[in-house]
Design a protein around this ligand. Structure first.
Ligand SMILES: [Zn+2]
Length: 263
């Protein structure tokens, strides 16, 4: 599983990231094999979950970030081959992932939320939350005492996410970061497909941009587009278009990342 950068010596496979580890734990707990509806049949690459002919591992764009990501994943999410939390963990080195359960909280999650190096924000629509908890910007560096932003993302269907938000008392004291309509519409203009639905990787890309990590945000968006292209081509048993729009854009973004003169 070669990675393009940030993955140690060449030829040495990168250690599985947080979402890959959570998937392995969740698979081990399954009484019967998980069969994704309408998904890709046959062998999958363990690095990107695609069939070998559509493998993306050589393109994984790790971008160093000051911000961290904390994924709270609904039970089945780590098993879905289309889950985009996986892509966040590919790009953002400090990505943490936890399975969500109504009756218990992982002590490692509670420790992470209490860790003084982080300033956690729960990302959730403000209209469903008491107004005094809602913020639309991150705290200024002086006010956050050098703590790094940690975005808590509920990786779930909307119905599940609402339940997770309501039934997680350990999130109740945290500020709620609500993405603003202007930010969302600017983003919608840029993206290649039309849909009102935001996947978790898109929410993460918007959060990175709010944190001033524009390169990481744009890289994640471009990588998501490449993943979506490969996933859909594999599903329809068609080869990926390595010269198509999604690939060209990801390459342009990676060139920009590697060259400090280009912003
Ligand atoms: Zn792969």
């Amino acid at each position: 599983m070669p990675r393009s950068e940030g993955a140690g010596p060449p030829g040495v496979p990168a250690a599985p990231h947080a979402v890959a580890r959570l998937r392995a734990v969740r698979l081990a707990r399954s009484a019967k094999p998980f069969l994704a509806r309408g998904g890709i049949k046959g062998d999958r690459c363990p690095g990107c979950r695609l069939v070998p002919s559509h493998c993306l591992c050589a393109l994984q764009p790790a971008v160093p970030t000051r911000a961290g990501m904390c994924l709270l994943m609904a039970d089945i999410e780590p098993l879905k081959p289309s889950n985009t939390g996986w892509l966040i963990a590919d790009v953002v080195p400090d990505t943490f992932a936890f399975g969500w359960a109504r009756t218990e909280a992982d002590p490692a999650l509670l420790a992470l939320l209490a860790d003084p190096q982080w300033e956690p924000y729960v990302v959730f629509p403000g209209e469903f939350v008491a107004p005094e908890r809602v913020v639309t910007q991150l705290a200024a560096p002086a006010a956050s005492h050098g703590r790094r932003p940690l975005f808590v993302l509920l990786d779930a269907t909307w119905a599940e996410a609402r339940k997770m938000f309501r039934k997680s008392p350990y999130l109740a004291h945290l500020p709620v970061l609500s993405l603003q309509p202007e930010q969302i519409s600017r983003y919608l203009l840029r993206r290649s497909h039309r849909s009102d639905h935001f996947c978790t990787a898109e929410v993460a890309a918007l959060c990175l941009e709010l944190a001033g990590e524009t390169r990481a945000g744009k890289t994640l968006q471009a990588y998501l587009d490449v993943f979506t292209h490969h996933y859909l081509q594999a599903k329809h048993q068609l080869p990926p278009d390595w010269q198509g729009y999604a690939h060209v854009r990801l390459r342009a973004q990676q060139t920009a990342v590697q060259s400090p003169a280009v912003h």
